[in-house]
Design a protein around this ligand. Structure first.
Ligand SMILES: Cc1cc2nc3c(=O)[nH]c(=O)nc-3n(C[C@H](O)[C@H](O)[C@H](O)COP(=O)(O)O)c2cc1C
Length: 310
């Protein structure tokens, strides 16, 4: 496994995974990320038809041959109807990394290990981290407080330290990592990679509509609201999109999913928009390659400064 991880790392120029985002990440974003030297990833459901998923995977696989590895984000929950069909596509296109969400990674291990790939499991609590390790996951994505979309509630300081007590394998840290300083901080905490979603929400390659990108650029951390009222699970959302959909502060405090009469205006993810607490770092809609180049430049300078100071 160490060799496989080293093989992934050898093809990267910055320890970053551009995190999968529903309705945002598609092949253009993944290819741009990989060509810029970081891992690009997209959630399989972003391809509405299985034929589209097959075509996206084929294109990404071909266009990232000489670039950093790519990753596919799979839903593993037993209620997810497309799972078996998606696994067939995984067998065909062999993403070097599969990142599982919602459900045990056990369902994908044989397939992915069979072609030499790695499986990382997305978890937001130590108990889920332990279960993923027991199931045989190769790595963990720790979703901490401040993350965009379905968020964690633990501080990254405590979460990484806790998991490092029982896991020495790869850790990806997620939650409000939007600049080079935070990438370096994630490594200082004991993580191997930073998982960055919000920083790429408004990128030129993002599938998000122009209004969503404009809102991402306009808001700051005080406009990010954590609420379970939208999907039934705590998630971070941009307040202006919640207000436009008819949510009141009282509704947002509810710990369960709230029903709406104006359902058209209140579709989670489609017109209620998620973002993380580090949204203030997004100040323009730029190409992924520019964002990554600046992160790398800042990271290299900062690391050199820290080494010199130490
Ligand atoms: C709009 C949005 C959609 C997301 N959709 C997914 C998803 O479909 N699957 C998933 O595993 N994570 C999803 N996430 C979570 C990200 O993969 C990642 O954990 C998170 O963005 C990291 O925090 P950050 O946004 O502060 O960088 C989403 C995040 C955002 C902001």
């Amino acid at each position: 496994m160490t060799n496989k991880l080293e093989a992934l790392r050898a093809r990267m120029t910055l320890p970053v995974i551009v995190a999968p985002m529903f309705l945002i990440s598609g092949p253009d974003m993944v290819i741009a990320a990989c060509r810029a030297g970081v891992i690009g990833c997209f959630p399989a459901p972003n391809a509405r038809e299985l034929g589209t998923l097959d075509a996206w995977c084929a294109r990404i696989s071909m266009e990232t041959r000489d670039a950093a590895p790519w990753a596919l984000n799979l839903i593993c929950h037993s209620s997810y109807a497309r799972f078996d069909a998606e696994i067939e596509i995984v067998k065909r296109h062999k993403p070097p990394l599969v990142i599982t969400a919602l459900g045990s990674p056990a369902r994908v291990l044989d397939t992915v290990h069979g072609y030499g790939g790695l499986v990382f499991a997305d978890v937001s609590r130590p108990v889920h981290a332990r279960k993923a390790i027991e199931a045989g996951a190769d790595g963990l994505v720790l979703v901490s407080a401040g993350a965009g979309g379905h968020t964690g509630s633990y501080s990254p300081f405590a979460f990484v330290a806790e998991v490092r007590r029982f896991w020495s394998g790869p850790i990806v840290l997620s939650g409000a990592i939007s600049d080079a300083r935070s990438i370096l901080a994630a490594q200082a905490l004991g993580a191997d990679f930073a998982y960055m979603g919000t920083r790429f929400l408004a990128a030129q390659e993002s599938l998000g509509e122009p209004d969503r990108k404009a809102m991402t650029i306009a808001v700051s951390m005080e406009d990010i609201v954590t609420s379970a009222a939208v999907t039934g699970v705590p998630a971070n959302w941009m307040l202006p999109s919640l207000t436009a959909a008819g949510f009141t502060p009282e509704m947002l405090r509810a710990e369960r999913k709230m029903d709406f009469t104006s359902a058209d205006k209140a579709k989670p993810w489609k017109n209620i928009w998620g973002a993380g607490q580090a949204v203030g770092a997004v100040t323009a809609s730029e190409p992924v390659t520019d964002i990554v180049a600046r992160l790398r430049e800042d990271y290299t300078a900062l690391r050199a400064a820290f080494c010199k100071a130490g």
